[in-house]
Design a protein around this ligand. Structure first.
Ligand SMILES: Cc1ncc(COP(=O)(O)O)c(C=O)c1O
Length: 459
């Protein structure tokens, strides 16, 4: 059968000529970058300058270079670290993935650096198509944007417009939705809205408490109380199925299902924020891992996608003008995002026995054995797939911070999440190998022992 003429909508990497040129460029850039690492002094100077310019210190002095591979990131001074946090969940397949870099350079050599909603390109179409195909038949539309916060702003606006004049949103305690003026109020972190004018239209209910056998009933009662107090004024409830910034807290399906069912009964929008969970729970969308697809009206994604989007059912399609903006995303971000989704599907990352779910089980086993060796340093662990956190020692913020800094010195990048307790969080590359896991956990163990001896707290 004659091969049909290639379409501009299919991407150019399927052309051997283009693929070879992309490979050559990626190779030369890595070779050149390897010759350019900074001396320790120059590195320290660059970090100090960066901190001065942005007006506050980095959490740890990690200025990344160009030659990392997999979970290993190479810093600009040539030192290698294991990256189990990925810029807070952004580097889904780790560092220096050849195919993603080749996808990126081909997209970068195209017509535009960024794409807007007025003149979208093929990458825009490919990404929208791919997101909607995976989200399932309920979802009819996707609107692209750059950051998780922008996707959430768009979600909030299209929900309010559909449910006008309802002007309130129900959220979970400890949730995080972003840092715009509106989202800072949905986010349960008082420090993140210090000095900001508040509208006071956000209502909180408790998140699942594993220590309370009536947790679902308590949260339902809190939801009902708000609905009774503000009849006709609640537009939506926001769900974060695994609370990322809140400490990788999750709940059984029944908890979310009961609350979503009540939202549907009273006709308020079910909005799921998947900015941090996207592709990390074992399926592309967390609502698929929890088998809740039939209950969701609006979903937002970001981070690992290399851009962001709000995805919604037909009734939520807003009237023209409500959501727009110049930029939909960078051409590179869209091309890489679409390619990532393609690969997660074709390389077996999705599903209950997919690579991400298997990684999750491996991480659990590693934590179990670490806990046996250091029972007082490794407290409760939570998480799923490629997102995990644990309570280190007493779970206080200074101790969690000390573990994160000690891990950095040992060669491992992790970060904190949550308050009371503040946990140590891991957002691993989905393709983390066993060797990388073993090396990372050995570093984590060393860091915990170090903190234990420095602070004279038993481990
Ligand atoms: C659940 C959730 N929603 C929204 C955001 C905001 O995304 P961004 O930082 O890209 O604006 C984040 C970021 O951490 C998040 O975890």
């Amino acid at each position: 059968m004659a091969r049909s003429k290639p379409s501009p909508l299919d991407g150019l990497l399927d052309s051997p000529r283009v693929r070879e040129a992309a490979q050559a460029l990626v190779r030369v850039v890595a070779e050149e970058a390897r010759e350019r690492s900074l001396t320790p002094k120059a590195y320290a100077r660059a970090v100090r300058q960066l901190e001065r310019l942005r007006g506050r210190p980095l959490i740890y002095p990690a200025l990344i270079g160009n030659t990392g591979r997999g979970a290993r990131v190479v810093l600009a001074d040539g030192t290698t670290k294991l990256d189990f946090i990925g810029g807070i969940g952004v580097y889904g397949l780790g560092h220096g993935d050849p195919d993603l870099l080749e996808t990126a350079v081909v997209a970068a050599a195209g017509d535009t650096v960024f794409q807007g909603h007025l003149m979208p390109g093929p990458e825009y179409l490919r990404l929208s198509r791919s997101l909607l195909r995976h989200a399932g038949p309920r979802f009819k539309h996707a609107w692209l944007s750059v950051s998780g916060a922008m996707a959430n702003e768009n979600a909030l606006k299209l929900i309010f417009q559909k449910h006008s004049p309802a002007d309130r949103v129900i959220v979970f305690e400890r949730g995080f939705a972003g840092r715009t003026l509106a989202l800072a109020e949905l986010t349960d972190k008082p420090a993140f809205r210090e000095g900001l004018p508040l509208r006071g239209n956000v209502l909180q209910i408790p998140f699942y408490d594993p220590g309370d056998s009536d947790s679902t009933a308590h949260s339902l009662a809190a939801l009902d109380a708000h609905l009774t107090r503000y009849p006709g004024r609640v537009a939506a409830m926001l769900f974060e199925l695994v609370q990322g910034e809140g400490g990788i807290q999750t709940a059984p399906r029944e908890f979310f299902a009961a609350l979503m069912q009540r939202c549907r009964e009273v006709g308020i929008a079910v909005w799921v924020d998947e900015v941090q969970t996207f592709a990390r729970t074992g399926e592309l969308f967390g609502f698929q891992s929890f088998d809740l697809a039939d209950s969701v009206d609006v979903v937002t994604v970001g981070k690992l996608l290399q851009g962001s989007a709000v995805i919604f059912t037909r009734p939520y399609n807003p009237r023209p003008g409500l959501i727009a903006g110049t930029y939909a995303g960078s051409t590179v971000g869209m091309a890489v995002g679409a390619r990532l989704i393609e690969r997660l599907e074709s390389e077996g990352y999705l599903g209950p026995d997919g690579r991400t779910a298997v990684l999750g089980r491996r991480v659990e086993r590693r934590f179990d054995s670490l806990r046996k060796r250091l029972p007082r340093a490794v407290g409760p662990r939570s998480g799923i797939g490629a997102m995990h956190a644990f309570v280190a020692f007493d779970g206080s913020a200074p101790v969690a911070g000390a573990v994160v800094r000690a891990a950095f010195e040992e060669g491992l990048l992790v970060f904190t999440a949550g308050v009371n307790p503040t946990k140590v969080r891991l957002l691993l590359p989905l393709n983390t190998t066993d060797e990388e896991l073993e090396a990372g956990f050995a570093m984590l163990e060393k860091s915990l022992r170090l903190v234990s001896s420095e602070r004279e707290i038993p481990c």
